[in-house]
Write a protein that binds this ligand. Structure first.
Ligand SMILES: Nc1ncnc2c1ncn2[C@@H]1O[C@H](COP(=O)(O)OP(=O)(O)OP(=O)(O)O)[C@@H](O)[C@H]1O
Ligand SMILES: [Mg+2]
Length: 257
């Protein structure tokens, strides 16, 4: 592995914690961002969606992000996950500034450290449920038998044992969402970023999917960052953050009642 450089250390600010940034990944903060800003250009107009977001996700921490439609929740998750680049500010995965990494290294850190559940599932239509869930493990070049066993186990846990060989087009919306959750969890990543993972599910299935994520969090120490409109579920997390005016603010006590 390359040596850490000064570029890997966050600048001073609320998200800076040099003590937490270490070459030993087991000690590093799984995910952080500092002074994150995002602007979208629409013709001559510039729309600023994020106005300086600071966030540190501790190991094993469960964070809910709430906020109105259009507030910038998906935008933030995409930046944290390296699917889009910030206009200003930085994202740190396991203490490393992702902007300072080459493309291959960025891909590797994303595959090894992060799991995604998108607001609109992004399954590969030509592959079966089993193959979709197996994909992140195949990218790691693990033995096929182990890959298949792990992917099957996760699909069983989301209640899809009887749908292993169905393609996304042959699954209901809720089933597709459960496949997407299984795919995000199958590598037991340091952090799972989930964008309204239960938005399309009936309440009971949604509860099951949510529970599954919490179980994995408890078993493997995977941190969770979950966008949700469900205050009951949000309240069960370690921290609730409200996205408003392009910033994140912690919600506590009465405001959550
Ligand atoms: N690629 C883009 N180009 C221009 N504007 C964008 C782009 N992506 C998002 N936006 C704008 O940024 C704002 C935030 O969008 P975002 O998807 O992050 O909201 P959200 O909080 O996830 O909302 P929802 O709860 O409806 O999913 C919106 O006003 C949206 O129109
Ligand atoms: Mg969204």
């Amino acid at each position: 592995m390359e040596p850490q450089t000064a570029m890997d250390i966050p600048a001073a600010g609320p998200a800076a914690d040099p003590q937490g940034i270490s070459q030993d990944n087991s000690q590093a903060i799984p995910l952080a961002c500092a002074a994150l800003e995002k602007e979208f250009r629409e013709g001559p107009a510039v729309v600023q969606v994020l106005h300086g977001v600071d966030l540190q996700v501790a190991r094993g921490e469960r964070i809910a992000i709430i906020g109105a439609s259009g507030a910038g929740k998906t935008t933030l998750l995409q930046l944290l996950g390296g699917l889009d680049t910030p206009t200003r500010g930085a994202v740190y995965v396991l203490g490393r500034n992702v902007a300072a990494l080459g493309q291959a290294e960025r891909g590797r850190i994303r595959n090894e450290s992060l799991g995604f559940v998108y607001q609109f599932h992004h399954l590969l239509p030509e592959f079966t449920a089993l193959e979709n869930v197996a994909m992140p493990l195949l990218l790691r070049r693990l033995p096929l038998e182990q890959v298949s066993a792990e992917a099957t186990r996760l699909l069983e846990r989301v209640g899809l044992a009887a749908r292993l060989h169905h393609k996304p087009g042959e699954l209901s919306g809720g089933e597709r969402q459960r496949v997407a959750v299984a795919r995000a969890l199958v590598t037991a990543p340091a952090v799972v970023l989930a964008d309204e993972p239960t938005g399309n599910l009936d309440h009971r299935t949604g509860d099951r999917v949510f529970e599954l994520m919490l179980e994995l969090n408890a078993e493997t120490g995977t941190s969770l960052v979950i966008v949700t409109h469900d205050l009951v579920r949000a309240r069960g997390m370690d921290r609730v953050l409200h996205m408003e005016d392009g910033r994140l603010r912690e919600v506590t006590g009465e405001a959550l009642a």
